[in-house]
Design a protein around this ligand. Structure first.
Ligand code: DGJ
Length: 691
């Protein structure tokens, strides 16, 4: 039966197009990802011709739907194994359905009972394209799924290719690096069961010439919080694809008869205007289509962790809450060690009731006092984990991931609960619901402090599905809790920034960026995170000096100004702060509250001028500049900092000095920030556009 027409589709966004087309063999090619093309213009694009070199048939062309099949030797985004061992797919196109902003292409295997649906969705207010794939087993026998990427993005032919990625580790997440893409396969991902500190699923590709403000950038991300893999492949003929999906080698799982596997959403965006335009496109997407309550301003929170670690009780928490309230904090978050026998990291995880020695009358007295002080109340939990020394583990030793003949490897003295199990999911939903019903809680810091090991599930035939079902059930629990307690807001934390991705951000309100709160190290960490995610989610505490992790001494203003570039919070031991420091802290918290809507919802522009770095946020009439300089070399006076995104014809008033500047001058020549000449100088400038 002839395949239906048409065989070419244009996925349009407001400013861009992504074009796919089928060849005579029903292979789906990505013909264009870039500036907008009409259907007629796109129809002129030619399908690539296979290059043949003697008996060595070069793979030659990148595919948008890239199944393991004959003459495909590189990375393939769709790999299965049928019951008889066959791995090659021969997909036939059967149908397309197109609606306003969605396209679905349906393929079936020519012999085996597998249906593949490839989906594209665009938005009317931004250039991000959302893609996913669905695999359905239409037969009676299970099919082994080896790889099911959400999408393979085909980049246009460029003169050269440069990859920007975010790598890191605990305490130094989101380190931005840019480098040439080598030929072959570059693989980034996580095999740890969660997004991970070591790589983030965001990446960007340009031809090597883009700057912060100029040039075309192709960028992708994946909305998934479990293990994941993105393969950037540079073909021998210099074409590049990016294939992204959940799961990792060598995990496979069975797709049962009649079952459908839905992949997570993969996202991609093409922008012009340099890395800054790309980052802002992601911010707009998160604020417009991902976060549950993007319109809200995040409050200034106080978190007690660095002040007290495991040594807490009702009175010490109240004493901190009083200081935090005086400083203007709006939300008091009690961190670890309020429950069970959790007086150190060796015991108690899993026993989610208030420690009777520390909180003899439950949480009520603390919450009551926090409310009297005019703050909201938040609490720390780590629901996916258990200490072997806990009542939960003694009762349910089979509830953790484990293998019958292997040790149960502990990290931070804890094991990972098998959240893929329905009984574990129900237990988790129940106690969280009870905690939030019985206590007047506004905010939950949801932590996750170790990766999976010995990820087995002895009673389950297809145990590897835990790698997917853990994350799906995590989402289910959070979704259920949010539905039952709509006023509760959630912070995603995994030993700092280990679980920051578009999947978790669909159901949380902010993230804990890093356990490293050193004001200097934070500059790079925040710059990296901001490539993909908006300031509105980036939790940033001001803590003590010297910093407990790095022992670096950094002045209070500097620490504040860096933290004010995100969701400002305070996390120091306020009993150790001098009266002057507490008073200055309050001034800076008050100043932040005034500019918070601009920082949390505005357009972000990184700033650089000699040794000065910083960030500028623009929203409506208001512009906020936060800038810092670590050290100045003698004889090198500070250069004015050139601003961005202003109206050249407008005038802007500096709210502190009353001076009026021309937008054209601020952008072409810059603003003299008048920073202190000494080390660790910093400042904030607030400009208002005059009509
Ligand atoms: C790791 C988090 O990143 C910290 O902020 C703190 O909550 C600790 N866990 C508590 O154990």
């Amino acid at each position: 039966m002839p395949a239906p027409e048409p065989r070419l589709w244009v996925v349009d966004t407001p400013n861009t197009s992504y074009v796919v087309a089928l060849d005579a063999d029903d292979r789906l090619h990505g013909l264009h990802w870039g500036p907008k093309l009409t259907y007629e213009q796109a129809s002129e694009l030619e399908l690539p011709r296979t290059q043949r070199h003697g008996i060595f048939d070069a793979q030659g062309f990148p595919l948008d739907l890239n199944p393991a099949s004959a003459i495909r030797y590189g990375q393939t985004g769709l790999q299965v194994r049928f019951g008889d061992g066959t791995r090659e797919l021969e997909l036939r196109f059967t149908a397309a359905s197109e609606s306003d902003r969605a396209l679905e292409l349906v393929f079936v295997d020519s012999h085996y009972p597998l249906e593949v649906r490839v989906r594209y969705r665009s938005l009317d207010d931004g250039d991000v394209i959302e893609r996913s794939t669905a695999l359905r087993n239409t037969g009676d026998e299970p099919i082994e799924i080896v790889r099911a990427d959400s999408a393979t993005w085909v980049l246009p032919r460029l003169e050269d290719y440069r990859l920007s990625q975010l790598h890191g580790e605990w305490g130094s997440e989101f380190q931005l690096t840019r480098g040439a893409i080598p030929h072959g396969e570059t693989l980034i991902g996580s095999r740890r069961g969660f997004t991970g500190h070591h790589s983030n699923p965001w990446l960007a590709i340009d031809d090597g010439t883009a700057t912060e403000t100029l040039g075309a950038v192709w960028s992708t991300n994946l909305a998934w919080s479990g293990s994941w893999r993105t393969t950037v492949e540079r073909y021998p003929n210099d074409r590049v694809t990016v294939s992204a999906g959940f799961g990792h080698d060598p995990v496979t799982f069975d797709l049962g008869a009649g079952e459908t596997l839905e992949t997570p959403v993969a996202t991609g965006v093409y922008t012009e205007g340099g890395f800054s335009a790309s980052a802002n496109a992601w911010h707009d997407y998160a604020l417009g289509h991902v976060l549950p309550h993007p319109e809200e301003d995040r409050p200034v929170l106080y978190n007690s962790w660095e002040a007290t670690t495991f040594d807490i009780d009702l009175h010490s928490q109240i004493a901190l809450a009083e200081k935090a309230a005086d400083m203007g904090c709006e939300l008091f978050v009690m961190d670890d060690a309020w429950f069970g026998a959790r007086t150190s990291d060796r015991a108690g995880l899993g026993d989610w009731w208030p420690n009777p020695d520390r909180f003899p009358d439950g949480l009520g007295p603390l919450i009551g006092r926090v409310r009297e002080l005019g703050m909201r109340f938040g609490i720390w939990v780590e629901p996916e984990m258990v200490n072997p020394d806990s009542e939960l583990y003694r009762k349910h030793p089979d509830w953790v991931y484990h293998r019958p003949h292997r040790r149960r490897t502990e990290m931070r003295n804890q094991l990972v609960l098998n959240l893929a199990r329905e009984d574990v999911r129900e237990w988790m939903e129940d106690w969280l619901d009870r905690l939030l019903t019985e206590n007047d809680i506004d905010f939950v810091k949801w932590d996750m402090n170790r990766p999976f090991t010995e990820a087995g599930w002895p009673d389950e035939d297809d145990a590897d599905r835990l790698w997917i079902d853990h994350t799906r059930n995590l989402y289910r629990v959070i979704d259920a809790i949010r539905a039952k307690h709509p006023r509760v807001r959630i912070e995603s934390c995994a030993s700092g920034g280990g679980r920051v991705d578009l999947g978790i951000l669909r159901r949380t309100d902010q993230v804990w960026t890093s356990d490293n709160t050193d004001g200097i190290d934070r500059i790079e960490i925040q710059e990296g995170l901001a490539q993909a995610y908006p300031a509105r989610v980036m939790g940033a505490w001001v803590t003590d000096s010297p910093n407990p992790f790095t022992r670096r001494e950094v002045p209070l203003d500097f620490r504040f100004h860096v933290a004010m570039a995100g969701v400002l919070a305070v996390g120091g031991d306020l009993h150790e702060w001098s009266g002057d420091e507490l008073a200055r802290g309050k001034e800076l918290v008050d100043a932040y509250k005034e500019v918070r809507p601009t920082i949390q919802h505005g357009r972000r522009h990184p700033l650089r001028a000699g040794g000065i770095g910083g960030v500028q946020y623009v929203r409506g009439e208001e512009t906020v500049v936060l800038a810092w300089r670590k050290a100045r070399r003698f004889g090198n006076p500070d250069a004015p900092v050139k601003l961005h995104g202003l109206d050249a014809d407008a005038k802007y008033r500096d709210e502190a000095t009353g001076r009026v500047h021309h937008g054209a001058v601020l952008m072409a020549h810059g603003l003299d920030l008048g920073l202190d000449p000494g080390d660790y100088a910093s400042g904030m400038v607030r400009l208002t556009r005059l009509s």
